[in-house]
Ligand binder design. Structure first.
Ligand code: NAD
Length: 480
């Protein structure tokens, strides 16, 4: 597969003629190339997006929404092709791509196409003094940068609201998982989206990503990725006074009280720990269990996790696929060594797997891993590993559970398991996380705001928040 940049409505090669390899993590083999774009390619894309802005922003809301609905339909019509492309890029089970990522990408376009129809702003009648109202206007060219873990899902989660309210877009997907973004470009062409409205430029963070953030004609940046990258971005964007949203890393606690619905908790905790090889920013990586339940939980959880089928992502029964890249694979293995050095006990997993099948003999697979015996201060419990690795700690009181949960520089998400209604509300209000699930995981109404606290980011995406983020407000006061 030869991936091309999508600039001004056309698929084009990178101006400098540089290319990157696209590697399938399940086989470790190169299966295509993508542009290694530089500042000149970004400049072309920004030029096209700036030229398209006056007309796109002047369309009626219904006209813009119709384009987005057409793209949603095309994603659905091409769901099998998209799911396969994503699995080959990312290593996640094909069944997961089919069930979660691709339907959600279509939902993102459909949700924002319709939500934007209902965006409203405030108006206040000041009596004889006149009236005061707020206008929400599109900002201009939006720069959107996304990671590799949910490639199309997170890419479209930014593109759809930015376009819906009248901005034009230059988007850069992760260089590790470019294929679905390229297919999206083809679908945008098929939907006859006007040239320049959406531009997709492929390349690395240091070259293409940095050039996009630095470009003075891109006044708004929405970024999802690692906390360290977020810091670099903020340093570039802040002195230019760009509007900035940062969705960053996490080290999410999963707090299990003894009075929970045990079977549901166990089944969901297996999923919340290891779905997508633990490479969802919302996976619970620190499991905190009430002491009276600890032994039973450890035994049942270890048994279920060691029975999970790690395998070829293309096979139906596979529950855990490949780690996304060699670099990420080596990073996870380093953390497993660190956990051992810190005195952790590997209850199950803890090693790479080479015997998945012949096709995957050179792929990057790691057995789902449970670690016990480490205190909250250990690096294993403080740093984001972003792989199929969880730790378990025990607590005796609600206060102790909260102290452990909040003992982190991150604050993205948390899960609480209890059947005590008052405790559910009390604990949820005290956890320092942007999203808290009680007796469930990864369930969310797209109308609600999403985002992290502390080192997990600034700003909120989702719902009307995202539509407002991509607008500038003008406060207009008229004296009659
Ligand atoms: P990353 O930070 O390495 O890369 C993310 C994107 O930023 C990529 O497109 C990359 O090319 C680009 N980039 C890198 N350096 C850049 C720079 N200097 N300027 C501009 N762009 C640059 O992250 P990753 O490894 O792709 O993704 C994993 C991380 O993303 C994890 O930390 C995970 O927790 C986080 N994440 C967070 C959320 C959330 O909603 N909070 C969702 C998914 C993933």
């Amino acid at each position: 597969m030869k991936i091309l940049n999508y600039i001004n409505g056309s698929l084009v090669e990178p101006i400098g003629g540089d290319w990157l390899d696209n590697i399938n993590p399940a086989t470790g083999q190169k299966y295509g190339v993508l542009p290694d774009s530089r500042a000149v390619d970004i400049q072309e894309a920004v030029k096209a997006a700036s030229a398209a802005f006056p007309e796109w922003s002047a369309l009626t809301q219904a006209q813009r929404s119709n384009y987005l609905l057409k793209i949603a339909d095309l994603i659905e019509a091409n769901k099998d092709r998209l799911a396969l492309a994503e699995t080959n890029d990312n290593g996640k089970p094909l069944s997961l791509s089919q069930r979660m990522d691709i339907p959600r990408a279509a939902d993102n376009f459909r949700f924002y196409a319709t939500a934007a129809l209902h965006l409203h702003s405030e108006t206040y009648d000041m009596g004889e003094a006149g009236f005061n109202y707020v206008l929400n206007k599109p900002i201009g060219v939006a720069g959107l940068i996304s990671p590799w873990n949910l490639p199309l899902y997170l890419f479209t989660w930014k593109i759809a609201p930015a376009l819906a309210v009248g901005n034009t877009v230059v988007a850069k997907p992760s260089e590790i998982t470019p294929a679905t973004a390229f297919l999206l470009a083809e679908l945008a062409i098929e939907a006859e989206l006007p040239p320049g409205v959406l531009n997709i430029v492929f390349g690395t963070g240091v070259h293409a990503g940095q050039a996009l953030v630095e470009n003075p004609h891109v006044p708004v940046i929405s970024f999802t990725g690692g906390t360290e990258t977020g810091k670099t971005l903020a340093k570039t964007a802040a002195p230019m006074f760009k509007k900035l949203s940062l969705e960053l890393g996490g080290k999410n606690p999963n707090i299990i009280f003894a009075d929970c619905d045990y079977d549901l908790m166990l089944k969901t905790t297996v999923a919340s720990s290891f779905t997508n090889q633990g490479q969802i920013c919302l996976c619970g990586s620190r499991i905190l269990v009430e002491k009276s339940l600890y032994s039973r939980f450890l035994s049942d959880f270890s048994q279920q996790v060691s029975a999970m089928k790690v395998g070829d992502p293309l096979e139906k029964e596979t529950r855990v696929g490949a780690i996304v890249s060699q670099a990420q694979y080596e990073k996870v293995l380093k953390y497993l060594s660190l956990a051992r050095e810190e005195g952790g006990k590997i209850e199950t997993g803890g090693k790479p797997l080479y015997d998945v099948n012949e096709r995957c003999a050179k792929g990057w697979f790691i057995a789902p891993t449970i670690i016990t015996g480490l205190g909250p201060e250990c690096r294993t419990n403080q740093e984001e590993i972003f792989g199929p690795v969880v730790t378990i700690q025990s607590f005796e009181t609600e206060e102790e559970a909260l102290t452990l949960a909040n003992d982190s520089k991150y604050g993205l998400s948390a899960t609480v398991w209890t059947n005590d209604l008052k405790r559910a509300h009390r604990v949820s209000a005290k956890i320092e996380s942007g999203i808290i699930w009680v007796n469930c995981w990864l369930v969310r109404d797209l109308r609600t705001p999403f985002g992290g606290m502390k080192a997990s980011g600034i700003g909120r995406e989702g719902g009307f928040e995202a539509l407002k983020f991509f607008t500038e407000t003008r406060n207009i006061c008229i004296q009659l």
